[in-house]
Write a protein that binds this ligand. Structure first.
Ligand SMILES: Cc1cc2nc3c(=O)[nH]c(=O)nc-3n(C[C@H](O)[C@H](O)[C@H](O)COP(=O)(O)O)c2cc1C
Length: 145
């Protein structure tokens, strides 16, 4: 079982990716080992092996999951039984409230992980348009995990 904190990002235009790497740097400066991944690089097998996961994802289109997280989402949403009861996670969702489905990608991933038995250690943070509040949320996440 890996003790590393995994940071998985879903992005369409780069904001969530940049934020994921900023958070990695912040945590590394505090002596915490992290690995940053595109969400599509996390298979369901890997999801069952890791135990600390922060998800940073935007929403694109009309409430859709970004392209580099679609395979992850398809696999996750199609799962009915995964052994992820050891997984502690939190979701940082980027969006824009002028769109109908505000932060929908973060919301559906968060709810599905919970439904499958993972442990949400901090309520989802929804950032409107920019990344305001994300660093404070990340610091709370780190304290909780
Ligand atoms: C074409 C387009 C569609 C978007 N659709 C949504 C949406 O349906 N819901 C939402 O909350 N935000 C939506 N957004 C806002 C983005 O999620 C937000 O700007 C985010 O910070 C972008 O992050 P990214 O660069 O990592 O993709 C959309 C943005 C664009 C450019």
């Amino acid at each position: 079982m890996s003790e590393i904190l995994h940071i998985g990002y879903g992005t369409q235009t780069g904001t969530a990716e940049e934020l994921a790497f900023d958070i990695e740097k912040l945590f590394k400066d505090k002596g915490v080992s992290c690995q940053v991944f595109e969400l599509d690089d996390i298979s369901m097998t890997k999801l069952q092996e890791i135990n600390k996961l922060m998800i940073v994802t935007s929403t694109t289109g009309d409430g859709e999951v970004p392209d580099n997280a679609l395979t992850f989402w398809e696999n996750l949403s199609g799962s009915t039984e995964l052994d992820i009861s050891n997984l502690k996670y939190g979701v940082l969702a980027l969006g824009d409230s002028s769109h109908y489905d505000f932060c929908n990608a973060g919301k559906i991933i968060d709810e599905k992980l919970k439904e499958l038995g993972a442990n949400r250690i901090l309520e989802r943070q929804e950032c409107d348009f920019d990344t305001e509040g994300s660093i404070e949320w990340s610091e709370k996440f780190l304290k909780s995990i």
